[in-house]
Design a protein around this ligand. Structure first.
Ligand code: HEC
Length: 111
């Protein structure tokens, strides 16, 4: 009886912890991820660089249906022609995982 209770409590805590990790990315975590995956070489939050500012992306995409899925795919595969002639190169799995791309895209769209 006691053992079961302990197991359930531990499982509950683990679940709560993983949910909160994935629920949202704060600005600091997002910036760390951006540096690690080298997105920061081309993007900043509010200034156009090689790529568009994330605020510009958020403004354009926020109201679009399926924006998250579309942007995750575009970040993974790269693309061009929306913000100008410069292409975004593909971002390989070795640089950033699917989960991390999704977190970044959700963070961008929350801006
Ligand atoms: C070598 C430069 C470069 C790197 C590195 C880069 N991007 Fe981009 N990104 C671009 C350019 C250029 C565009 C604009 C493409 C277009 O006009 O369609 C873009 C567009 C985007 C968009 C908007 C796409 C749309 O159609 O609305 C998102 C979101 C984005 N990048 C996220 C990321 C993330 C996240 C990373 C890191 C994993 C990253 N980028 C790495 C250059 C880059």
């Amino acid at each position: 009886m006691d053992k079961t209770f302990t197991k359930m409590t531990v499982a509950g805590c683990l679940l709560a912890a993983s949910v909160s990790v994935h629920a949202a990315l704060d600005d600091k975590a997002a910036l760390q991820l951006m540096n690690k995956a080298q997105c920061a070489a081309c993007h900043t939050l509010d200034k156009k660089g090689v790529g568009p500012a994330y605020l510009e992306v958020a403004k354009k995409r926020k109201s679009e249906k399926d924006a998250v899925a579309m942007l995750v795919k575009k970040v993974r595969e790269g693309g061009t022609g929306v913000y100008g002639p410069i292409p975004m190169p593909p971002n390989p799995k070795a640089n950033i995982s699917d989960d991390d791309i999704k977190l970044m895209v959700e963070w961008i769209l929350s801006k």
